[in-house]
Design a protein around this ligand. Structure first.
Ligand code: BF8
Length: 699
């Protein structure tokens, strides 16, 4: 029986293997909590498990020559101009130039094709939620939609939708990690282990789980179950909220925005934006804050903490960054997305001598695993795996011609990647039933089949080395060294075991304060310019930067994650960094790891016995694009952290909403948003804010 054909039955059906024996059940809704362990059918097959085969989603995509000819630019001056306008990433520029010359479409081309933007959508005053519309607010006459919603309601509903979407994405990622812990604890996966038992015990204690006499695996089962309960439950509170300073929690309670369960807040939000439910924009925006808190202090924090338990709490580590980490004489595999469940087992599969021998058989010197976006940061932080780049680098890495496979899980993955890949030999391999991509090869990856699937993926990539055209390989420049791995535990370690020296340095004015620079790239902003300009301006003012996500990767590529970057800092911060041998910009991880920044703020607040909003700290998202970033910004502000955005959210059509978010929130959560596209001016806003907070603390 042809196994490949059977795999094309698709998910949700039982799939058979060559000897007519059932191999796996590829059902996304599989009942993993069934008592009594694995379904017998799976037990029976475990001993004879074979590597799964992928399913091509729909059909192989091909960008035709005519399309490429249409896209290609023949005017060298125009190519030069666009290249300089689009990015400050020097290693990306030659590849960007090539894409324009050869008509390989990128995000910047699509952005140009979408101009001018719809002004109603930009202002948030269009609504297509129901079929009485679609509606737009066009004063002076069309000031209500068909249902009666005015501009304030339309804008606030759209914003709540955005926050809930972002919170759901982060939190569902956290759920996948918690579920893996549970499956490990209940013996349903053998491909994962507890890497940080000390942290496991610490978190068990927070959840009132008895640890004495219990093995890590037993604790994994108990904690995994308790964590999954955080999503939908009757207790009406989240355990990790207890980490916040008491005064901050009292603000949430008084305002009625303490989250009651992770899924509950997302569902509550979806309910409110159903037509005929929420009608008061203030009520809707407050629910946005509550939902975002369920992400930051709930789903994201679970994602971070349990990833540390399973894969190790990051310690300070060195690596390399930018497109030049690709190797011309190696099989290159990039992992892209967010969930380390996949990338961690790929690391193991690559170390398999069988895979290394296979690579050599095909003429490669070895297998080079590289990271991209947040999955890349997860590997960089814990394993020192080199990183190619951030969000807007994802098509360019394919255009180097040196990539055998781009292995993706979910979030921030351009649906266009298979189109780009079709111009080369690169395979796009998708692995999440939530994120199948037409033109990609899909493996139904989950914790129970992780090891075998990872090996199948690596084999596929290695075998694809034969198809590479060496004449098309361009790997520009040299990689930049980076220092990463700054978990809170690692920062404390560097400070001698506690945050006290950091507090003393802040009190003494050697460090004026700390700023979390987070978020994405966005073609509205020159690639990496917002991040780098802001970070340089802040460290020059002796303000420490802690970074995550694509902001941290931008800093890595620009050399700000090297201890030598201390030379760009003000005298006081430079002296601190030199004595500790650390950079002035600290890479704290992926986007879910913004929860590390919350924990840092909480620990500083608890140490000083003040709420978070009194600390000399701020947040910034100079190039944000994603719904997840809106959730992050909202939980920063709701937690008391003044946050400056570099890109205007789609809210300008409701002056009342703008006023509430930029001023009114100060009266309730003691923090607000600001929008400032110019990163030099944003640095001034942030610096002034930090000085005001210092004055408030009397330091
Ligand atoms: O979660 S920073 S572009 S990769 S959304 Fe995406 Fe933004 Fe990058 Fe990670 Ni976060």
């Amino acid at each position: 029986m042809d196994r490949t054909l059977l795999f094309q039955n698709g998910w949700g059906k039982t799939i058979a293997c060559a000897q007519d024996r059932v191999l796996i059940i590829a059902c996304p809704a599989r009942n993993i909590y069934r008592d009594g362990g694995l379904p017998t059918i799976q037990n029976r097959c475990e001993s004879m498990a074979e590597e799964p085969k992928p399913q091509l989603i729909r059909e192989k995509l091909d960008v035709c020559e005519l399309d490429r000819a249409r896209m290609s630019l023949l005017n060298p001056a125009l190519i030069e101009q666009k290249k300089e306008e689009r990015t400050i990433d020097e290693n990306a520029k030659p590849i960007l130039e090539l894409t324009m010359r050869e008509g390989i479409e990128t995000v910047w081309d699509r952005y140009e094709m979408q101009q001018p933007s719809c002004k109603y959508c930009l202002a948030g005053i269009s609504c297509a939620r129901c079929t009485m519309g679609p509606c737009r607010i066009i004063p002076p006459n069309r000031i209500r939609g068909v249902c009666g919603a005015d501009a304030d309601l339309m804008v606030s509903r759209n914003l709540l939708d955005t926050i809930a979407t972002g919170a759901a994405a982060h939190s569902d990622h956290g759920r996948d990690i918690a579920e893996t812990l549970y499956l490990l604890g209940t013996g349903k996966t053998r491909d994962y282990a507890v890497a940080d038992p000390e942290k496991l015990r610490k978190i068990c204690k927070e959840f009132a789980i008895e640890t004495d006499g219990k093995s890590p695996v037993q604790l994994a089962a108990g904690l995994g179950s308790a964590l999954l309960d955080e999503y939908g439950m009757k207790r009406n509170t989240l355990r990790f909220l207890d980490r916040a300073p008491k005064a901050t929690r009292e603000i949430w309670d008084k305002l009625g925005i303490s989250p009651r369960g992770i899924d509950r807040e997302v569902v509550d939000s979806m309910h409110r934006i159903q037509m005929g439910v929420g009608a008061d924009y203030v009520n809707i925006l407050l629910q946005g804050l509550r939902t975002s808190l369920s992400d930051g202090w709930g789903g994201s924090m679970i994602g971070t903490e349990i990833s540390d338990v399973l894969f190790g709490t990051p310690t300070i580590t060195s690596s390399m960054m930018n497109l030049a980490v690709l190797k011309a004489d190696h099989v290159n595999i990039s992992v892209h997305g967010h969930n380390p469940m996949l990338s961690e087992v790929i690391v193991n599969a690559i170390a398999d001598p069988e895979m290394q021998a296979l690579a050599q058989k095909y003429g490669a010197k070895g297998i080079n695993l590289v990271g991209m976006c947040c999955t890349g940061s997860e590997l960089l932080m814990r394993k020192g795996i080199p990183m190619t780049g951030n969000h807007l680098n994802q098509e360019l890495i394919i255009a180097t011609g040196a990539l055998e496979a781009m292995v993706v899980d979910y979030q921030c993955i351009f649906p266009s990647l298979p189109r780009t890949a079709s111009c080369y030999h690169t395979l796009i391999i998708s692995t999440s039933a939530k994120a199948t991509i037409p033109g990609s090869y899909f493996f139904d990856f989950h914790a129970e089949n992780a090891g075998l699937t990872a090996k199948a993926i690596v084999r596929m990539a290695v075998e694809n080395f034969r198809n590479r055209n060496p004449a098309r390989v361009i790997i520009p420049g040299e990689p930049v060294p980076v220092m990463s791995g700054f978990s809170n535990e690692a920062i404390k370690g560097a400070l001698g075991g506690s945050f006290k020296p950091l507090i003393d340095l802040i009190a003494a004015g050697k460090i004026r304060g700390a700023v979390g620079i987070v978020g994405c790239n966005n073609p509205h902003v020159k690639h990496d310019y917002g991040h780098i300009t802001l970070a340089k301006e802040l460290i020059r003012r002796n303000i420490l930067c802690v970074e995550t996500g694509c902001a941290a990767i931008a800093s890595g590529k620009a050399g700000l994650l090297r201890p030598e970057a201390a030379s760009l800092a003000g005298d006081d911060l430079r002296a601190v960094c030199e004595s500790l041998k650390i950079p002035p910009v600290l890479h704290m991880g992926s986007c879910v790891d913004n929860s590390r920044i919350l924990v840092l703020a909480a620990e500083l607040g608890n140490a000083l016995n003040v709420p978070i909003h009194k600390l000399p700290i701020a947040g910034a998202a100079p190039e944000w694009y994603s719904q997840k970033a809106v959730s992050i910004g909202a939980y920063f502000v709701a937690s008391g952290v003044y946050t400056v955005l570099g890109v205007m959210p789609h809210i300008s059509g409701s002056p009342a909403t703008v006023k509430l978010l930029t001023e009114g929130l100060n009266g309730v959560v003691n923090a607000s948003f600001a929008v400032e596209p110019d990163p030099v001016k944003a640095a001034v806003l942030i610096s002034d804010h930090i000085e005001r907070k210092r004055t408030g603390l009397g330091i």
